[in-house]
Design a binder for this molecule. Structure first.
Ligand code: IMP
Ligand code: MG
Length: 172
């Protein structure tokens, strides 16, 4: 059966408001500081672009492509497909993710960044599905909390498709 993406969950207007909310909190918290922003590919490419253009402090934007896989340990392991080019040692870091689901990826990544000597690591997600969490991970900056549905658009994909939708839709 073909995929049905006709139902809009989050409109462009709601996304705009979310961007204003999240960026103003980050601007307040990091006033007078410098920030390394790490966008998580591929899903966060649009959110990272929109968010960083609303930040007032000096920012250094870099990207990582990571995923978690569950092997023998239920916490999973981090697979790094594309690594950073910047050195995070002694730096304030903000990780920007499209959506948090189980929370495994960001929990593992946060550990890796601290092990590399980051001074602080905070997590920012456009969307959050807390019902699916397998750990106690809570994002420092969360855009919109959503129910347990599979969504696409605003960077999020289903098998590489639908990232270019300007709004967020439910996959049926
Ligand atoms: P987790 O939090 O480690 O389970 O992984 C989060 C990642 O799963 C996100 O970066 C997305 O790539 C993917 N993901 C989770 N839920 C969705 C969804 O509803 N739509 C698209 N991708 C999703
Ligand atoms: Mg992803």
């Amino acid at each position: 059966m073909a995929v049905d993406t006709s139902e809009v969950m989050i409109t462009q207007e709601q996304i705009e408001k979310m961007l204003e909310d999240v960026s103003s909190r980050i601007n307040r918290d990091y006033e007078g500081k410098e920030l390394i922003v790490i966008g998580i590919l591929t899903g966060a490419y649009i959110f990272t672009a929109d968010l960083t253009r609303r930040l007032n402090m000096p920012v250094n934007v870099d990207f990582m492509q990571v995923s978690s896989y569950v092997g023998t340990e239920s916490t999973g392991e981090l697979k790094i497909r594309k690594d950073l080019t910047v050195d995070v040692k002694g730096k304030d870091v903000l990780v920007v993710e499209d959506i948090i689901d189980t929370g495994r990826t960001l929990a593992l990544l946060k550990d890796v960044l601290y092990k590399r000597g980051a001074k602080s690591v905070k997590l920012c997600a456009a969307f959050d599905k807390p019902d699916r969490r397998v750990n106690d991970l809570v994002p420092d900056y969360c855009g919109i909390v959503i129910p347990d549905e599979f969504i696409v658009g605003y960077g999020l994909d289903l098998d590489g498709q639908f990232r270019n939708y300007k709004d967020v839709r439910i996959v049926r």
